[in-house]
Design a protein around this ligand. Structure first.
Ligand SMILES: NC(=O)c1ccc[n+]([C@@H]2O[C@H](COP(=O)([O-])OP(=O)(O)OC[C@H]3O[C@@H](n4cnc5c(N)ncnc54)[C@H](OP(=O)(O)O)[C@@H]3O)[C@@H](O)[C@H]2O)c1
Length: 291
């Protein structure tokens, strides 16, 4: 199948390229080749490449920066989704798009189902929800994957930030009152291909299984990196001055994904162990103080 992958240089896009190119002819486009906020460029990209599937992994993903750069955030996360969805509808091509756990307000105490009411509490979440609305209004021919707490080998993320700070300072303070599901982009890319293979359509929640706080996740990262000597202390979100509010609980229920694919995602702890062995083998990472 010929696949047009937008945002292929991003963290998820990089792993989607690696996943899909085994069995498909993938054309990657990123900011150098296309500005997805321009409708004409989206139309042209679809018309010229004649794909059988379009995957949009591009996005404005700096959650705190969204609070000040609202216009750009909505242009990329909402308007651009409209542009791509229109081009896909006109070319009769299915579209895959990614959204976020941050469309929910975090007041639940059980995993969110796909049809639960959305109520974003920050600009990023509001822009992603606006993108979802455009997509649903324009076409039925889509897979919309809501995911959360992504990390991957490409780009900066929570894992790289924890490892960098641990090496630099030997001391970390991490919030312990937000609950979510750390998700490896390699697993998400594989799950995306599964949904494509099953010819699924609609909204799906996809994360690694289980949940934890950022503090728990930091502890797991330090353990895997054999850096348990690093001092790790919990803190409350209210003590952290961040521009954007975060939902306290944003765990996503995955019954629909399991029903559609017959598979479950691996638990976040196993996914992270796999991921760490992979990056450690690639970069010869070793804990401080070892040869
Ligand atoms: N990261 C997470 O924890 C997380 C959680 C839930 C959902 N998601 C969603 O998952 C998707 C992938 O996230 P990610 O973290 O992999 O993103 P990412 O690493 O930030 O990559 C996004 C890519 O999109 C490109 N891009 C931005 N604006 C563009 C434009 N106007 N035209 C063309 N390309 C543009 C970026 O280029 P530049 O680098 O040049 O800007 C970058 O290569 C996004 O939809 C995101 O909202 C992410």
């Amino acid at each position: 199948m010929k696949v047009l992958l937008l945002g292929h240089k991003g963290m998820l896009g990089n792993d989607l390229m690696a996943q899909f190119r085994h069995r498909h002819d993938v054309i990657g486009m990123d900011r150098e080749e296309i500005d997805i906020t321009r409708a004409s460029e989206c139309r042209r990209a679809v018309a010229e490449t004649e794909p059988q599937l379009v995957i949009n992994a591009a996005g404005y993903t700096n959650v705190d920066a969204c609070e000040t750069a609202k216009e750009e955030c909505f242009a990329v996360n909402a308007e651009a989704v409209k542009n791509i969805a229109q081009a896909c509808r006109d070319g009769n091509v299915p579209m895959i798009h990614y959204s976020t756990d941050y469309v929910f307000d975090g007041n639940a105490n059980h995993p969110y189902a796909e049809e639960d009411p959305c109520n974003p509490i920050n600009t990023y979440g509001a822009s992603k929800l606006a993108g979802e609305h455009h997509l649903k209004r324009l076409t039925d021919n889509f897979i919309l994957i809501r995911t959360a707490w992504l990390y991957g080998a490409k780009g900066k993320n929570f894992v790289s930030a924890i490892l960098d700070r641990a090496r630099e300072t030997g001391k970390l303070t991490v919030v312990d009152d937000q609950m979510g599901s750390p998700t490896c982009t390699r697993d998400l890319a594989a799950a995306t291909e599964l949904l494509v293979d099953k010819n699924a359509r609609g909204i799906f929640h996809v994360t690694n299984r289980g949940c934890c706080t950022w503090y728990d996740f930091a502890r797991k990262i330090l353990k895997e990196a054999r850096m348990e000597q690093v001092e790790l202390s919990p803190m409350k979100t209210s003590e952290l001055q961040r521009a954007a509010r975060r939902p306290a609980y944003s765990v996503l229920g995955m019954h629909k994904f399991v029903a559609a694919t017959g598979k479950t995602m691996q638990p976040w702890q196993l996914a992270f162990s796999d991921y760490y062995s992979f990056i450690a083998s690639r970069t010869c990472l070793s804990p401080p103080g070892t040869a």
